[in-house]
Write a protein that binds this ligand. Sequence first.
Ligand code: NAI
Ligand code: MG
Length: 501
Amino acid sequence: MSDLSVELTAPNGKKYTQPTGLFINNEWVASSKGNKITSINPTDETEIVSVHAAEPEDVDKAVAAARAAFKGPWRDMASTERGDLMYKLSQLVEQNKEVLATIETWDNGKPYSVALNEDLAEVAGCLKYYAGYADKIHGQVIDTTPAKLAYTIREPIGVCGQIIPWNYPLAMAAWKLGPALACGNTIVMKAAEQTPLSILVFANLIKEAGFPPGVVNILNGHGRVAGAAIAQHMDIDKVAFTGSTATGKEIMKSAAINMKNITLETGGKSPLLVFDDADLDQAVKWSHVGIMSNMGQICTATSRILVQETIYDKFVSTFKKQVQEVSKVGDPFKDETFHGPQITKAQYDRVLSYIETGKSEGAELLMGGEAYKNVGEGKGFFVSPTVFTNVKSSMRVFREEVFGPFAVIVSFKDEEEALEKANDTTYGLGSAIFTKDIVKAHRLARKIEAGMVWINSSNDSDFRIPFGGVKQSGIGRELGEAGLEAYTNKKAVHVNLGTWL
Ligand code: NAI
Ligand code: MG
């Protein structure tokens, strides 16, 4: 047997076959140079397995496969049949959700119940949603004069490079595959080097569902090698990326080489506003979910909590109680765990260093503020849920994305100051408003500089609703009907019905 797959037993006892190669043309192949990425279990820092890491030559092969599929079987397939394949894929995900969720938890550290009931439900749901769109993507007939017939065709863009992050490994894949496939594109996807495993098991389901070879190609690889090769590739028509703002800017520059179409979904420092006329209990619960879910590793995390000064003290004490009661730190395979480890040592170090920054800037540490060493034998990248109060707008902990279980609480006097503080950021991804005053809520929803506004909730995103940012949080939209815009071109066809020349 080659080293393109290995039998594994996960910490929860689940046995399965883990592919370890590159998935090109519906086949497993080795990396051209034999380089590998070793996947780490963030819960105990053990090595899980090594997988092949793509080099630029491998990206070339994947692009060639995607191009051939685009020109051939995929483009010629009836749209309903394309939808059927996607629907089949969604069903296969549903049937294999336990093993896929197990790998997410093992490789990423997120609680198993979350991986199963949120991530995998989202993957299956998103693919099913876009399967339904495959044969409902229409152009228009446009009336001008009797001598002209004009219409538009919504064409797929072509070969799409998709570069995804590690915080929701399979869900981020589904968000990008769903609309791209529904519109008839072919794909070269690169998973994040921190979470290379689940996507390879998913790749087998693509083949099993019956997709023609080359429609979806999946590579693991390093950002600066395989990711950069995708962004710079002359035969890729579009690049879609989710990750940091810094990398998003690099991808934008690289994509200029052949003027690729781009969709970027990048960082955030999203505000959550609590007014004194809000349902405090609800505001506290959603504030907790909004920053502490997924160990704070969410691009839309509402990490800046702005509270009206009249209820500031009450909010702070109730929020602290909520975090203490709900954010149970522990082994992510245990049912009672809400809060697993950060994804990597690098992210763990990053969160700890922001804790030092907060302290040295004079913010007041309300809770947490340290590594958590009481899980198993004291290993793993656990950080206690951390909250700073008395934070000023000038502080780095107010301005910079931490991407961890790290909330800052700031007070405001009135609506005007709330809005000014909310918008005092280079980012513009999510935002949340808590008030019972519907007029104020909708007035603010218009004025907040963000791609998404939650009124009396936070982060309950949904694959049927557009998702994306303004300012330095990104370009373009994913999900919902808007997600289709990102994967089609409109071609205009003019037909001369007369003989007037
Ligand atoms: P990253 O943005 O560097 O990585 C995301 C993806 O981009 C990965 O697949 C990576 O391999 C790829 N990549 C990296 N450099 C590339 C390049 N030059 N060309 C093409 N692809 C490239 O993020 P990283 O380093 O994993 O995390 C750093 C910070 O980024 C986090 O602390 C967080 O603030 C932010 N982040 C935001 C995410 C989001 O959902 N918006 C997800 C992950 C990270
Ligand atoms: Mg890992």
